[in-house]
Design a protein around this ligand. Structure first.
Ligand code: DGY
Length: 330
């Protein structure tokens, strides 16, 4: 009898077909966001689960689903998965790194540019029928070329943003990260390490690309925003919760910083109501990795991981991107 797996959200049919070559597959075609209890009910009897970045997988859920052996996510961020709990129970977890790096960096750069050049704000003005004359200072924003780009979190996506800034737009790139990058990587990206406070003080455009964890919760709050230039912009493509959205809304309303571009929010899909009231913010619904090719590649990689983790396909027993590979060695 085939093993059973669950695909938590609606995904491309080709991906489901690939999984069906090896497994009994339960899908969620109507794309319902299941409650925790519904998720546990759907997971009964399943050996593996294909998740996205939003289904919470924790110790209590694992205990309620003892047959689960593989949790494979199509997201790169895995703050929704309790990794130690999975490892302790011998459950393999995988994510989807690399395949989304360039697409996500494209979007981060686009959001930063839209924020700096006030694209959304001016489009709303035009759509409201308020454009009656051209004016010298109309929606004058700040330059991106030649400005100082501050990257907070210099992993793969942070580095891809730094490359765009340094090599494409002649920006001065400074970064802050848990660790210094090697001199070689710094040279390739024309990037200089600075303390977090210096990053905030010096940058014209801050782009946040940190992974979310208890430690990175509210890395940017009122005190940090107060260090930034009044002309600076802030772009968050990382995770909601890294920025204190209420404090950011206050800083934007008071013009303590010039503008923000946000793709992720605390408690999304809810958005802090004060962010909806301020004009100087560009808001997008967590779509940084959303090109068709990249979402397909992410889903494909999650399927590769699930198939291999449960012992099938050309990589049987060797999923390509495990996060807790120690489980495989047991
Ligand atoms: C990721 O891959 O982590 C994106 O944010 C989508 O969840």
């Amino acid at each position: 009898m085939k093993k059973s797996v669950l695909v938590c959200r609606a995904v491309f049919p080709d991906i489901v077909d690939r999984l069906r070559e090896h497994f009994e597959v339960e899908t969620n075609e109507p794309d319902i966001v299941w409650s925790r209890d519904e998720l546990i009910a759907h997971l009964q009897g399943k050996a593996g689960v294909f998740i996205t970045g939003t289904q919470p997988i924790d110790a209590a859920l694992l205990d309620a689903c003892p047959e689960l052996k593989a949790v494979c996510s199509m997201a790169v961020g895995y703050n929704n998965v309790d990794l130690p709990a999975c490892t302790a129970r011998g459950v393999l977890v995988s994510n989807a790194p690399d395949v989304l790096t360039e697409t996500t960096a494209d979007f981060g750069f686009a959001l930063m540019m839209a924020t700096a050049r006030r694209i959304a704000e001016s489009e709303h003005f035009l759509r409201r029928g308020e454009w009656t004359k051209w004016s010298v200072e109309g929606f004058a924003g700040s330059d991106v070329h030649g400005a100082t780009l501050g990257v907070l979190g210099m992993g793969r996506i942070g580095q891809a943003i730094a490359r765009r800034g340094a090599l494409g737009f002649g920006m001065k790139v400074i970064y802050h990260n848990r660790s210094h990058l090697s001199a070689e990587i710094e040279a390739d990206h024309k990037a200089h390490y600075v303390s977090k406070d210096e990053l905030l003080r010096q940058c014209d455009h801050l782009v946040i690309v940190l992974p979310y964890s208890k430690e990175s919760h509210h890395t940017i709050g009122a005190a940090e925003l107060a260090l930034m230039k009044p002309t600076a912009t802030l772009t968050n493509i990382a995770r909601g919760g890294i920025v204190d959205d209420a404090a950011l809304a206050r800083a934007l309303a008071a013009r303590q910083i010039a503008a923000a571009g946000l793709d992720v929010f605390e408690g999304e899909p809810s958005v802090h109501p004060d962010l909806l009231k301020v004009p100087n913010v560009v808001l997008t619904p967590h779509i940084a990795s959303a090109s068709v090719a990249t979402r397909l590649a992410m889903a494909d990689l999650a399927a590769d991981n699930l198939i291999a983790a449960l012992g099938f396909g050309p990589n049987a027993g060797k999923p390509p991107t495990p996060i807790n590979p120690e489980v495989l060695r047991r």
